[in-house]
Ligand binder design. Structure first.
Ligand code: HAG
Length: 215
């Protein structure tokens, strides 16, 4: 079968969680990088962007947009979505939380340095996941099986640590979780240099996105 094809800027943004999920599932994927306004306008003109927006993922003969819809489809497809409805809704709750946190941090690259985004990680999000790990008492967040929720929490931890390396100092269970999940072979490989993981946003990335989206 054809490899999934991801259409987005050459950066993290909203597509990075899709790259993480595919990599963790051991699925190879191709990328088409939007570098110019013309490329973006062509996707729009060709009617490939439902709401005129990227991320766009070509998979299984479909053209998917809307990040959460894409992630949800991939989690179900690669059996990373729990064993039943009750586990799936917990995974949805947890991943909505980590996605909110990551979007806050990511948009920070496009705003003047105002309130420290990592504060909400320390005060709102990470205490919740520390408690989940404590109460659940398993290696993984949901059931006792690796899921989309684990992948995305690790992505969020590493993202916030780029802003504040000591952010886990008050969260021993999250520290152990980070080590455990980082050592899963497919994730370990994705964390090595040369993988399709994208670097933190820099001024060039911000300038290209602004140029393409004209904002
Ligand atoms: C997360 C921040 C990283 C970089 C900036 C991105 O965040 C957004 O502010 C812009 C980009 S992402 C690009 C942006 N895409 C979205 O906002 C998608 C939102 C959608 N709900 C999703 O989840 O996929 C875009 O195509 N905009 C064109 C325009 O709406 O006409």
């Amino acid at each position: 079968a054809a490899k999934p094809k991801l259409h987005y800027f050459r950066g993290r943004g909203r597509m990075e969680s899709v790259r993480w999920l595919l990599a963790a599932a051991g699925v190879e994927f191709e990328e088409e990088f939007l570098e110019t306004r013309e490329q973006y306008e062509k996707l729009q003109k060709d009617g490939r962007l439902l709401f005129g927006q990227v991320p766009l993922v070509e998979i299984d003969g479909m053209e998917l947009t809307q990040t959460r819809a894409i992630l949800s489809y991939l989690a179900a497809k690669y059996n990373l979505y729990g064993k039943d409805l009750k586990e799936r809704v917990r995974i949805d709750m947890y991943t909505d939380g980590t996605l909110d946190l990551m979007m806050m941090v990511a948009v920070g690259a496009f705003k003047p340095p105002a309130e420290k985004e990592e504060t909400s990680a320390k005060t709102r999000y990470f205490p919740v996941f520390e408690k989940i790990l404590k109460d659940h008492g398993e290696d993984f967040l949901v059931g006792n099986k690796f899921s989309w929720a684990d992948i995305q929490l690790l992505e969020a931890i590493l993202l916030v640590e780029e802003l504040d390396a000591s952010v886990l100092s008050d969260f021993p269970l999250l520290k152990a979780f980070k080590t455990r999940i980082s050592n899963i072979p497919t994730i370990k490989k994705f964390l090595q240099p040369g993988s399709q993981r994208k670097p933190p946003p820099d001024s060039h990335y911000v300038a290209v996105v602004r140029e393409i989206l004209q904002f």
